[in-house]
Design a protein around this ligand. Structure first.
Ligand code: TXA
Ligand code: MG
Length: 324
């Protein structure tokens, strides 16, 4: 069994373990535990315990008006937290659970208001990662979990990245493999007559439309602040400036600059990542941003990709990272 403790200057000890039973015990006792999912690492707490949920917001420095996703391991949990699932929600659940899809539906009111930010709706998903599944099952309660990073930083795709941001601030990190997908789940609002894609992810708009043809994509300028509060906050940003480049745009190679993309750039860069596919790009992007920060890079050139499949999610995260 792997076990070690990380302590920061505050003197709070963060247990790093691969013992699911121990991590579940900490959760049941009201503690906050980071754990791997197939998308990114999450920072979990008992969804019914307002004080535990409050500790997530405190550790991340997360704005209090940004609601959390509830992570479930079975249909019993879904019944506990979500009411009035419509036919679209049921169809998406049947097709994509467990997996990287989050459904927004009307809530039962059982989840702590701290987590829902007082909304009448609830966002929930069933992670496909076996460790995440085991942890929720062992804890016996649904877990609310945002990505396990300091708010505004790139989401963590390794347990080391979680430790980089949160060691000394949380009780425990459940140590797993690097996450498969690398970008956060797709979020789809199923509270109305027509499903609305709120956040792009590994489950693509095309795949959602295969199940419910009328699914629409949220117009960025429209009502996104009302629909999904988290979308209006700054996200995913490394310290370096992120510059999105189209294929014909010029980049200025230097040792203080970095490049990530599918095609080989001209010139030498301080940090370089060539991705074999859009999936590889998604998988590598957030860790690459962190690597650039560790290397003291000033500007990160990111090659744009076609907005289809996972490419829509890649471009969404790149645009948000490049703002501000
Ligand atoms: O892949 C993921 O979804 C990861 C892993 C850990 O599961 N979690 C994640 O959580 O990305 P977070 O907190 O970083 O993003 C949650 C998103 C935010 O955009 C938030 O506004 C939205 O879900 N959300 C939560 N509750 C909502 C609701 N009731 N209505 C609309 N959007 C909601
Ligand atoms: Mg996040």
């Amino acid at each position: 069994m792997f076990l070690c403790e990380l302590t920061d200057t505050l003197g709070v000890e963060t247990l790093v373990t691969d013992d699911v039973g121990l991590a579940a015990e900490i959760l049941r006792g009201g503690g906050v535990v980071a754990f791997p999912t197939e998308t990114v690492y999450g920072l979990g707490a008992n969804a019914f315990d307002g004080e535990a949920v409050g500790n997530i917001f405190a550790a991340k420095g997360r704005p209090a008006d940004n609601p959390l996703i509830v992570h479930v391991s079975d249909a019993v949990h879904i019944d506990e937290i979500a009411a009035e699932l419509n036919a679209h929600a049921v169809a998406f659940i049947e097709k994509f659970f467990p997996g990287p899809l989050t459904i927004v539906a009307r809530g039962t009111g059982r989840v702590s208001a701290m987590a829902t930010c007082g909304l009448e709706t609830i966002a929930f998903r069933m992670p496909a990662n076996p460790l995440a599944h085991e942890l929720i099952k062992a804890a016996g309660i649904p877990l609310v979990a945002p990505s396990a990073n300091i708010s505004g930083r790139p989401s963590p795709t390794t347990w080391e990245a979680v430790a980089e941001d949160l060691s000394g601030l949380i009780a425990c990190i459940l140590k797993g493999e690097p996450t498969e997908i690398g970008l956060e789940s797709t979020v789809v609002d199923c509270t109305g007559d027509v499903p609305i894609l709120l956040r792009a992810g590994a489950v693509s708009l095309e795949q959602l439309r295969d199940v419910v043809a009328e699914t629409v994509i949220l117009n960025f300028a429209d009502d996104m602040a009302v629909r999904s509060p988290g979308l209006r906050h700054k996200h995913y940003s490394p310290q370096a400036r992120v510059v999105i480049i189209e294929n014909d745009a010029s980049v200025e190679p230097s040792q203080e600059a970095a490049y990530i993309g599918i095609d080989l750039p001209v010139g030498a860069f301080g940090v370089l990542k060539l991705c074999s596919t859009p999936e590889d790009y998604a998988h590598s992007m957030f860790e690459f941003f962190r690597e650039c920060d560790r290397a003291g890079i000033n500007v990160i050139y990111c090659q744009s990709v076609a907005e289809q499949g996972i490419g829509t999610a890649i471009m969404d995260r790149l645009r948000r990272a490049s703002v501000g």
